[in-house]
Design a protein around this ligand. Structure first.
Ligand code: UDP
Ligand code: MG
Length: 161
C-alpha cells in the first residue's frame, strides 16, 4: 500500500462517497467524480447499482429512530446510486468539507451540496463522517476484492515521497 511505500501513514485513509439517486438523475456523476480526482484523491473502487433495502438499512442503522428515516430509505432506494471509495491524506475530513453541510441551506457555495441542492431531503451525495464510520461503510458496500490496488502516477506531485 501507499503507506508502506511512501512512509506516510495518513495517505492510506479511505472514505465512502456515494452519488445519491437525485445526483444521478441530475447528471452530476461526472462532476462529483471530477472534484475528487482534481483534489488529488485516488479512486479505489466504484460501482453503479440500485442499493438493496437491507444494505441501506445497515448503512443508516444509526438513524433508524429518526422521523425522516422512512423517507430517507425511500429516497435512497428510488433509483441507482454510484458508490465509490476514495483514498488520500485526511480524505474523510476533506470530503466532508467538499460535500458541505448536511442541510443544503447551510452548505457553502463551492461545496457539492451548496452548488447542486436546496433541501435536506435531496442532498445529492453521501460522505462518511469518520475514519471508523468509513471503514464500516466500505465493508458494507464493497467486497475486499473490489478495492483496487494501484499506483497513481502523480503521487509525488500530491505527496512528499
Ligand atoms: N436527512 C434528512 N433529514 C434530516 C436529516 C438527514 O432527510 O433532517 C437525510 C439526508 O439525506 C442526510 C442523511 O439523512 O444526508 C443522513 O443524515 P446524516 O445526519 O448522517 O447527514 P450526512 O452525514 O449525510 O451529512
Ligand atoms: Mg452521515
Amino acid at each position: 500500500s501507499y503507506s508502506t511505500k511512501s512512509g506516510i501513514a495518513g495517505v492510506a485513509e479511505r472514505t465512502l462517497i456515494a452519488v445519491k439517486p437525485d445526483g444521478v438523475q441530475k447528471k452530476l456523476i461526472g462532476q462529483i467524480i471530477q472534484r475528487f480526482e482534481q483534489r488529488g484523491f485516488k479512486l479505489v473502487a466504484m460501482k453503479f447499482l440500485k442499493a438493496p433495502e437491507d444494505l441501506l438499512a445497515r448503512h443508516y442503522h444509526d438513524l433508524h429512530k429518526k422521523p425522516f428515516y422512512p423517507n430517507l430509505l425511500r429516497y435512497m432506494s428510488s433509483g441507482p446510486v454510484v458508490a465509490m471509495v476514495w483514498e488520500g491524506h485526511n480524505v474523510v475530513r476533506t470530503s466532508r468539507l467538499m460535500v458541505g453541510d448536511t442541510n443544503p441551506a447551510e452548505a457553502l457555495p463551492g461545496t457539492v451540496r451548496g452548488d447542486f441542492s436546496v433541501h435536506i431531503s435531496r442532498n445529492v451525495v453521501h460522505a462518511s463522517d469518520s475514519v471508523d464510520g468509513a471503514q464500516r461503510e466500505i465493508q458494507l458496500w464493497f467486497d475486499r476484492r473490489e478495492l483496487v490496488d494501484w499506483e497513481c502516477c502523480d503521487h509525488s506531485n500530491t505527496y512528499q515521497v
